[in-house]
Design a protein around this ligand. Sequence first.
Ligand code: GLV
Length: 328
Amino acid sequence: MLKKVVITQPLPGERLQALAGQCEMDVLTGPRSLSAPDTRAQLADCHGLICLLTDAIDLPLLDAMPSLRFVSSVSVGVDHIDVEALTARGIPVGHTPGVLVDTTADAAFALLLAAARRVAEGDRYIRGGNWRPETRWSPDFFLGKDVSGATLGIVGLGAIGQAVARRAGGFDMKVIGWTPSGRAVPGVDNVSLEELLLRSDFVSVHLALTSETRNLLDAPMIATMKPGAVLVNTARGGIVDEAALAAALDSGHLYAAGLDVFEREPVALDNPLLQHPRVVVVPHIGSATTLTRAKMVDIAVRNASAVLLGQPMPHCVNPQVYLAEALR
Ligand code: GLV
């Protein structure tokens, strides 16, 4: 009998079909939460789970899935998954690194430029009927911040942070960086996080959300930022204290922010950050291009397929499960 693999939402691309002969696929549809009782019942005999970053894979869910043998997430970040609990059960967790690097770096740069040059604010200005003869072009009309020649501080120098550094080079920015591992990257001056925040005209965040990075940019850290700086976050909302960021914008300490991610998503309309005219927001679309999403599905399917064929996952966040298995 074929093993059951649950896919938590219909996925784009053809690759899912590659699993057709290897398992019985059960694709969940419609708005639902994995913790809803009827969904739990559907998951009870599930051998594998292909999930999204909006699916919380936590202990109560794992307890309800005694047959689970793998989780494959269509995301690079795995902060929605209790990886420690899965590792303790010897269950591999797959993710999709590499393929979304340039797409996400483009999104960070789009937000950086939009925040610096007030693109969303200008768009709202025109559509609101405010651009009239008496408010037409003048030397001090809609002034923004120069990107060329400015210092960009990259927080997190993994593949996406490095791709942002390459783009910054093309804009004649000076690039400094900080990463928890201290990794050296050509063309990027490594400095402490405090020095980065003090010196940077633009700060772009590219870290995974972990217990170490949660709330890393808290009120004291944000207070350290250079006056008039711009903060860009395409990583995870939980890394930045949103209330402290809103206060720093309201007081005029920071110039603007470009945000793709929020502590709670979808972001609430009464979130103070949405009230600030210089905050440019997009709805967690850093990797959202047709090609990149297809590549992410492709990798998630390859991760699942490997387990179904009795092989190690090619992109596994907890490969120690294989070592533990070999030692048994
Ligand atoms: C996107 O945020 C991802 O983790 O893939």
